[in-house]
Each structure stands twice: as C-alpha cells, then as structure tokens.
Design a protein around this ligand. Structure first.
Ligand code: NAD
Length: 498
C-alpha cells in the first residue's frame, strides 16, 4: 500500500494527529510509520484524573434520561462518521475493512442500547420481614471509570464501557493500547464535538491518556478511579487485578480466551464449517473469541480436519492481503512480535502434531501469516496458552462427557460453541461448558451487544455491554424505611428493651 493512500485515510475527517511525539504509530498494513503522538506525563495524568473527578461531581447530578440524550447524539455522530472511523480502525489495527465497519457498528449499537438503559436504571422494591417497613434498592452513579483497552478492538471496547458509564452518571478516563492511539484520539474528537453542543456535559467527562503500561498503572493505582475496566492479556489482568483489589476498587476484567468448538456426530457440517473457519481466521485470529480448538467426534476427525484444511487452502494466499481491499479475508498480524509468538507456538506443537498445514509467511511488507491448522490426537500442555494468531488445533474425542472435559481443561473461560442437531447434546453442553459464552450452531466469535459479554476463570469474570452489565458502573444501595409511629421492630425478631 502506498504512503499516499495512508495520507488519504488520515486526512478524511480526523485532523487529530500531532506533528511529532514520543510514541510511534505504525500500520500493520505494511509496517510503516504513519504518525507519532505524545505520551502523557505523570503530572498530566494527574490533571486528567482531577478533571475526571470534578466532571463526575457535576455529571452525577444530571438526570439519567438527559445523560442518555448525550449518548444518543454521540451514536448519531458515529453514524455520520462510520466509514471514516472504520477506515482508521483498519489502518491502525489491520482488521479487514468489513470488520472495521462492524466494530464501529458495535459502537453505534451500544449507544442505542445505553440510551434505553438511561431510562431503566431500576432498583427493586423488596418485601420487608417487619411490619410498616419497606425496602428499596437504589442505584447511584459510581465515580470516574478507568478504561484500559487492547489493540484488537481499538474502539468498540471503549464504547461498550463509556456509553454505559455515561448514562450511569460516571466520567471516563480511557487509556487505549499503545498500538492504537489514533483511533482513540479520533473517538475523543467525535465525543468532544458532540459534547460541545450539549449544555449539560461537563469538561472532562471523557478523557484520553496516551501511553503504555506505565500510564496504565497510574490509572490502576488511583483511588479516584472507582471502577477499572481492563481488557487485554491474562498477564496484564494478573497484574492490575490485585492492584485494584489492594485499594478496594472495583475491577471489570476482560482477558484472554482459549475458545473451542465441539463438533458432534449429529452436526450439520454445512452449518458448522463456515462458523469454524470465520472463528479461526477472522481478524487474523486476533480476537479474544477466536476459535483456537476444534474438538471433533472421532468418527468425523479426518473429514472435519480435511474440510477446514481445504477452506484454509482456498484462502491462501489469494485472500490474504491488505485489509483495505474488499476481497481480503485475512489481514496482517499486528506486529513482528505476534508473528514470532505464532511461530514459537507452531514449533512447540510440532513434536505432538499428526499434520500441520500452513503457518508460513506471505511475501509482502507487514506480517501476513498463512492460517495454520494442526491435527492432534489429544490436547497437550502447550494448548493451555492463548496464541493470538490464526492457529487452530483439531482434536478428537469419543464421548460428549470427554469433549467437555477437554474443553474445560484450560485456564481461560471466555467463549465456547457446539455444533449439533441434537437438543440433548446442546443442553448438556450449555450445562457443562465453563465459559461465559456458550453458543449452539454458531461459532465462538462475533457476539451481539445485547448479551452480557465476558468470561470465567483467567478470562477475569467481568461482564460488559448488554443485559444488566450497567450495574457494574453504579453503586448499589439498600434502603429500609419505617413509616409507622410505634417503636420500630428489629430485624430477625431481636428484642432489645432499653
Ligand atoms: P495487553 O495485555 O498487552 O495490553 C492491553 C492493555 O493493557 C494495553 O492498553 C496496555 O498498555 C495495558 N497494560 C499492559 N500492562 C499493564 C499494566 N501493568 N498496567 C496497566 N496497563 C497495562 O493485550 P493486547 O496485546 O493489546 O491484546 C490482546 C489480548 O487482549 C489477548 O489476550 C486477548 O484475548 C485480550 N482481549 C480480551 C478481550 C475480552 O473482552 N475478553 C477483548 C479483546 C482482547
């Protein structure tokens, strides 16, 4: 891709790029430098945190539905800028343009959802055990929310958090991945344009911290950040989780996955195969929900392996290339480190493999990997780790009980799927999958915003986006009122005659 084309994309609608800075931004499309931005100093981060606290004090007073109106307008702004922002997402993180558009659509969807939530911040009325008492559950704004995000969903993850946080009455401080600061600056710009015409929005309602783990750590450790929502590797979560716990803050962790699809003898393979292939190679295997493991009933092991192999071979090399081209299905890995990790994982598994297909490098600038498929006879220790690349293992099983054992025998618990036409198998799977997501006849990848998103075990236990995930962004209060005029009764029937 020519540097001229980069300029065209960057010029579109985002005059957000400072001339020079100490953080170089490269595009995975060809590895070239496209900008440099300035990382915030610790003094600047402190000012951002102060502004966030004072924005929260003002914003919490604004009624929920009015807060929702700001989010509605922001969603409309995103609709206007969808194509430009999608192009920037693709340029900066390398996902194919169709997925770039999907990511911005996800931002629009969560804004719509949050607008509805802004009128539904309900608490319960609870039956009291005492006469003339009434119990209520109240939900109050929580405080400044810190969002730390990963490179592979550079804008949607922030929107999932921010749209809900805003309607819940919270301010937001966002530290995007150091690999994708431009999309964050673009989002901040769009938010500021929206907020400028909205009289109720205080300064500092949404702010960005540009930096790496160092700036991230300052947010993590700050007591003013009442909720820290961190998306990234299990390694990162293992560091930030205890730090937030130490200061008694709230944490919402969205960490790595190691997702599997189970293919049963009753599966309709014409339904199963497209989902498995998209899950394995979509976003070049760089989704937290990417399909890493395919657990296949032994009677179908060869057939399923061969059909995935044919699909991979039909993609390689003609459909691997620039993510800005409409015909491309597999774009680049984010950087050389990702390529090295993929190669190291292939070498680790080689002694155990019955067959390995693909995994080579496509000859062009940038890190373009051929999707790799590995046929195994069992699940070795090496599969305990997530490899963030298009690398998929096919493993046989004999009984569904055994399939679930293999499925659950990894430390992560994000997304899972079963391919079956048998309702008993489907229900057994849902009961026994230990993941936060358990799909039937669709793949592990590609969640809608309406459900709560997240996973168990080392995936971190967080839930964000739909369902009642908004509750994480508020403070729950139980309130008991006595409206009688006699001496009030004590709970549990305790008698205390003073
Ligand atoms: P990463 O862990 O390297 O970085 C994620 C973010 O954490 C970055 O912003 C980084 O600067 C920050 N960070 C790293 N160390 C930190 C520290 N000590 N203190 C504070 N901040 C710190 O992850 P990545 O390579 O950007 O993304 C890929 C990983 O993210 C994969 O493991 C993937 O599965 C996971 N992921 C999970 C979800 C989910 O919803 N569960 C979504 C997207 C990505």
């Amino acid at each position: 891709m020519s540097s001229g084309a980069h300029t065209t994309v960057l010029d579109l609608n985002f005059p957000v790029l400072p001339a020079a800075g100490n953080l170089k931004v490269t595009t995975p499309i060809d590895g070239s430098e496209i900008a440099s931005v300035q990382m915030h100093t610790s003094e600047e981060v402190e000012q951002i945190l102060q502004r966030s606290q004072s924005a929260f004090e003002q914003w919490r007073q604004v009624p929920g539905p009015i807060r929702g109106e700001l989010v509605r307008r922001f969603g409309n702004k995103l609709r206007e800028e969808k194509e430009s922002l999608a192009q920037l997402v693709t340029l900066e993180c390398g996902k194919i343009i169709e997925e770039g558009r999907g990511e911005v659509q996800e931002m629009i969807d969560i804004c719509d959802f949050a607008v509805g939530v802004s009128r539904q911040l309900y608490g319960l009325t609870i039956a009291s055990e005492r006469p003339q008492h009434v119990m209520h559950e109240n939900w109050h704004p929580l405080g400044p929310v810190g969002v730390i995000s990963a490179f592979n969903f550079p804008v949607a993850v922030w929107a999932w958090n921010a749209a809900l946080a805003w309607v819940c009455g919270d301010s937001v401080v966002w530290k995007p991945s150091e690999k994708t600061p431009l999309t964050a600056l673009a989002c901040q710009r769009l938010f500021e344009e929206t907020a400028a015409d909205f009289e109720h929005a205080p300064d500092g309602l949404s702010q960005i911290v540009i930096g790496n783990a160092e700036q991230g750590a300052q947010i993590v450790e700050d007591r003013r950040i009442r909720l820290l929502s961190a998306t990234g590797s299990c390694r990162m979560g293992g560091i930030v989780g205890p730090q937030v716990a130490k200061r008694f803050g709230k944490c919402l962790l969205e960490l790595g996955g190691n997702n599997a699809v189970i293919v049963t003898p009753s599966a309709d393979l014409d339904v199963a195969l497209p989902s498995i292939v998209f899950g394995a190679v979509g976003t070049a295997g760089q989704r937290c929900t990417s399909t890493r493991r395919v657990l296949v009933h032994r009677s179908l092991h060869d057939e399923v392996f061969n059909r995935i192999k044919s699909a991979f071979e039909s993609i390689t090399p003609s459909r691997i290339g620039s993510p800005l081209e409409a015909s491309t299905l597999v774009g680049p890995l984010i950087d050389e480190e990702a390529w090295d990790n993929m190669q190291a994982a292939i070498e680790r598994i080689r002694p155990e493999a019955e067959e390995i297909v693909g995994g080579g490098r496509v000859d062009r600038d940038g890190c373009y990997a051929e999707p790799c498929l590995v046929k195994l006879s069992s699940q070795p220790e090496a599969l305990q780790q997530e490899t963030f690349a298009p690398l998929t293992y096919v493993i046989p099983y004999d009984t569904l009980e055994e399939a679930l054992e293999i499925h659950n025998a990894v430390p992560q618990g994000l997304s899972s799927a079963i391919m079956t036409t048998d309702v008993r198998e489907a229900e057994f799977f849902k009961q026994n999958s230990d993941c936060g997501i358990a799909n039937v006849n669709i793949g592990t990848s590609g969640a809608e915003i309406g459900g709560a998103f997240g996973g168990e075990k080392e995936t971190g236990g967080g839930r964000e986006s739909g369902s009642d995930a908004w509750k994480a962004y508020m403070r729950r209060q139980t309130s008991t009122t006595y409206y009688g005029s006699d001496k009030p009764a004590l709970a549990q029937g305790i008698s205390f005659d003073a």
